[in-house]
Design a binder for this molecule. Structure first.
Ligand code: A2P
Length: 399
C-alpha cells in the first residue's frame, strides 16, 4: 500500500486562469487545459514559489491522499474533492523534509495541509486576516530598524530579532501570520532565490505599539541563503517582503479563550506575538495562557530574558532544556507530562486553544504526551483532538 502523500491542488472554483502560477513554477509542474489549471504531482516539489503570486489564493490548496489525483482527474473537476479520511499520522511522517531543511519555508505546508479532517480552521473569534497583498512581482519594501542577537554569544545557535519598518506602506498582520523575504541575487542556475517564510513575532499593532513595523525571529542556518541574508541585515537596509500569509494559525480574540502553546527554538515567534497582544489589550483577561518552550540551554532560548519578566498571571511558563550539563535531557513533552494536572485542566475546558510551533520532530512526542495526560485525566484524546481541530482550537505549524 502507498504511504499517504500531500498533494498540491488548485481550486477550480476560485482560479481566474491568469496563468501566473504556470509562469512562476520553476519546475513546470503547473499546466492547464480549457477547463482547469492543475499541478502535476510527479513534478511539484513543494517549493511554494507559486503561492504568493497567485492573486486569488486558489493555488493554496492541499489534500493528504493515499494515491495522488492524476492530471486527467484534476482536469475534469468543477470543484475540489473533499479530504478523504486516511492515516494522517503516517502522512505526517512522509513529509518533504528536504524542503524543510533550508529555513522556515515549509511552515505553510505544515499548517494548512496535515490536519485531521482536512484543512485547518481558524479560531472562531479570530480577526479576519489579510493575505497575499504583496508578491514577488510587487513586494513591499521595508527598512531594517533593528537586528539584535537573541541567543548568548557562546550559544550554538545564532537567533536574531529583526525589526522591519514599512514606513508609508500598508502591511497589516495578525499574530501567527508569516511574511516572505526575497533575498537579493540569483542562485547557481541564475534563478531568483526562493521566497522564504518567517513567522511574525510581534503584535498586530506593531513591534512598537502604533508603529508600522513587525519583528521576525530568524535562526541562521548553515548554508541557508535567506536566513544568512536576514541575520546579516544592518539598520537602514531595504528588504523586499511578500505576504502576509496564513489564515488559520491565528489567535482567538475572545478574552475567555485559554491558549496553550508548545514550541521549540524559533517556533516561539508567533507566541511572542500572542503574548504581546494579550499583554497590551487584555492583560486581565479571564482566559489563561500557558507556554511550554524547549531549547538546548537557557542561553539558546530566544527571548529568555524578557520572558522571565512576563508575569505568571499573564503567561505560565514551562521551560525544557535538553543539553544542560549534569541535568537530564528534557523535551517539551517531558515538561508537559511533569505538569499533567495543569495541562489536563486546560484540555478539559472548551475554551482552550492549543498551538504547536517548531521542530517537526516534536509533533509526535507532544501528541503522545497529550494522549497520556488525557488518559490519566479520564479524557478521550483522539476524540478531543478531532473536536478541537474541527472547531479551530488545535493548530500545528512545524517544519
Ligand atoms: P536536542 O538537544 O535533542 O537537539 P534546536 O536548538 O536545534 O532549534 O532545538 C530546540 C530544542 O528542541 C532542543 O532542545 C532540541 O533538543 C529539542 N528537540 C529536538 N528534537 C525534539 C523532539 N523530537 N521533540 C521535542 N524536542 C526536540
Amino acid at each position: 500500500m502507498n504511504a499517504p502523500l500531500k498533494q498540491h491542488l488548485i481550486d477550480p472554483e476560485i482560479c481566474i486562469r491568469c496563468n501566473t502560477c504556470e509562469e512562476t513554477c520553476p519546475v513546470d509542474a503547473v499546466t492547464h487545459d480549457d477547463n482547469n489549471y492543475v499541478v502535476d504531482p510527479e513534478k511539484c516539489n513543494f517549493c511554494l514559489d507559486c503561492i504568493s503570486p497567485c492573486p486569488t489564493g486558489s493555488i493554496d490548496n492541499w489534500r493528504v491522499v493515499a494515491k495522488s489525483y492524476s492530471l486527467d482527474e484534476q482536469f475534469s473537476w468543477e470543484e475540489l474533492p473533499v479530504q478523504e479520511q486516511i492515516d494522517i499520522a503516517a502522512a505526517a511522517e512522509s513529509g518533504d523534509d528536504s524542503e524543510a531543511a533550508d529555513d522556515d519555508a515549509a511552515r505553510l505546508i505544515a499548517e494548512a495541509h496535515l490536519g485531521v479532517g482536512g484543512k485547518s480552521v481558524a479560531p472562531a473569534s479570530a480577526s479576519k486576516p489579510k493575505i497575499n497583498l504583496y508578491n514577488r512581482g510587487n513586494p513591499a519594501v521595508a527598512t531594517v530598524s533593528g537586528n539584535f542577537r537573541l541567543t548568548d554569544v557562546a550559544a550554538d545557535n545564532d537567533v536574531r530579532h529583526v525589526i522591519l519598518d514599512f514606513g508609508p506602506h500598508v502591511f497589516p498582520v495578525l499574530e501567527g501570520q508569516s511574511v516572505g523575504i526575497i533575498a537579493p541575487g540569483t542562485d547557481a542556475q541564475g534563478q531568483p532565490h526562493k521566497i522564504r517564510l518567517y513567522s511574525v513575532a510581534s503584535a498586530r499593532d506593531g513591534e512598537k505599539p502604533g508603529a508600522n513595523n513587525i519583528a521576525l525571529t530568524v535562526k541562521r542556518e548553515t548554508g541557508g541563503v535567506c536566513s544568512n541574508y536576514v541575520c546579516d541585515l544592518a539598520k537602514a537596509d531595504k528588504v523586499q517582503v511578500t505576504g502576509p500569509f496564513g489564515a488559520t494559525f491565528l489567535m482567538p480574540d475572545d478574552p475567555g479563550a485559554n491558549i496553550l502553546m508548545v514550541c521549540t527554538g524559533t517556533g516561539s515567534a508567533p507566541f511572542r506575538g500572542f503574548t504581546e497582544r494579550r499583554r497590551r489589550t487584555l492583560r486581565d483577561a479571564p482566559g489563561r495562557m500557558m507556554l511550554f518552550f524547549g531549547a538546548r540551554r537557557p542561553e539558546e532560548l530566544p527571548y529568555f530574558g524578557p520572558l522571565q519578566k512576563v508575569p505568571d498571571g499573564l503567561l505560565r511558563k514551562h521551560f525544557a532544556y535538553s543539553r544542560v550539563p549534569g541535568e537530564p535531557k528534557t523535551y517539551v513533552q517531558d515538561r508537559m507530562r511533569a505538569t499533567a494536572n495543569e495541562v489536563a485542566i486546560f484540555l478539559n475546558n472548551e475554551k482552550t486553544h492549543v498551538y504547536l510551533c517548531g521542530l517537526k520532530g516534536m509533533e509526535s512526542g507532544v501528541e503522545e504526551a497529550f494522549a497520556d495526560i488525557c488518559r490519566g485525566a479520564g479524557l478521550d484524546w483522539p476524540a478531543l483532538r478531532v473536536a478541537m481541530r474541527g472547531s479551530g482550537r488545535y493548530h500545528v505549524e512545524t517544519y
